[in-house]
Design a protein. Structure first.
Length: 212
């Protein structure tokens, strides 16, 4: 097989050779559209016909969430969880990421005259991926928001999201969840003072890759 050839498998897992010069995942095959391309580190060197799915558990952390203030408005992105999944030996995989967290929120409020909740406490989570030696790619953001007018608040809520991408390039990728933005509650009214604290009590992330 020359350097431009690729081995492919049909629906019966029979091997044939294709000498067209194309890249895997371009999905622009002149004769065999959406077939699998050769994967170098798989043994015996091609997508494995009987391997249909992979599941990977990642690492999550519990951490205090810094809340920007008027005097200190800067917020630096805060990594929370990551998972690595290697779909190299799968054929045109779809990948599903599941993230779960327990978020504790505490507040002490001195209610003035006619208090109004202008905006809730909000945490923005971002999912990104880095494949091989490539750059980090942002995939999406999700908001956790909580707001209440009470003298004292100490509550823990669950938060979760799922993300799917279909027919992606097979490869080894790291999926990372980080907090990219935090907004404090805004309460208007005479004499209103608010002290807020928040933390991730626990978090988990997992990835599932399914061959097509």
């Amino acid at each position: 097989m020359n350097s431009k050839s690729r081995y492919f498998y049909d629906d019966n897992h029979d091997k044939y050779d294709d000498s067209y010069d194309h890249k895997c995942c371009d999905h622009d095959y002149p004769k065999y559209e959406y077939k699998c391309c050769n994967q170098a580190h798989c043994k015996p060197g091609h997508p494995i016909p009987n391997q249909s799915s992979i599941f990977a558990c990642g690492q999550g952390s519990g951490i205090a969430i810094p809340i920007p203030t008027v005097t200190n408005p800067t917020f630096t992105p805060l990594p929370i969880a990551s998972v690595t999944i290697d779909s190299t030996c799968l054929c045109n995989p779809s990948i599903k990421i599941d993230f779960d967290a327990l978020i504790n929120y505490q507040a002490l409020i001195t209610l003035g005259a006619a208090p109004v909740l202008g905006g809730p406490f909000t945490v923005t989570f971002q999912l990104s991926k880095t494949c091989g030696d490539g750059s980090k790619i942002a995939l999406g953001t999700w908001d956790f928001a909580f707001g209440i007018l009470a003298l004292a608040v100490n509550i823990t809520n669950s938060f979760s999201f799922s993300y799917c991408e279909c027919n992606v390039c097979p490869g080894c990728c790291v999926y990372t969840v980080e907090i990219v933005r935090v907004a404090s509650s805004t309460i208007t009214g005479v004499g209103v003072l608010t002290t807020e604290n928040a933390a991730i009590r626990s978090s988990s992330i997992s990835a599932t890759a399914i061959s097509h």
